[in-house]
Design a protein around this ligand. Sequence first.
Ligand code: ZN
Length: 91
Amino acid sequence: MEVATADTQPRARRKRSKPARRQVRDTSRVVAAVLDLRAGECRWPVGDPRSDDFTFCRAEALPGISYCETHSREASGGRPAIAISARMLAA
Ligand SMILES: [Zn+2]
């Protein structure tokens, strides 16, 4: 019976009977995509985070900004990228 204790806990953790478990899996997929990003790559999300083809733009990001030129403008509603940088510093 020495194995029973060690074996029972991991199995109980892996049970996927609750819908919430799927959300956790989906979140870890997004986290994996974030961790896959390199410094200087645009972090603009592309696609549905719940789908397998979710990724990030990954274009060259502007210095000091998390997004490329196109997406920094989109994130700020069309204003120049510098506005986002100032907002991020204030936050
Ligand atoms: Zn981008």
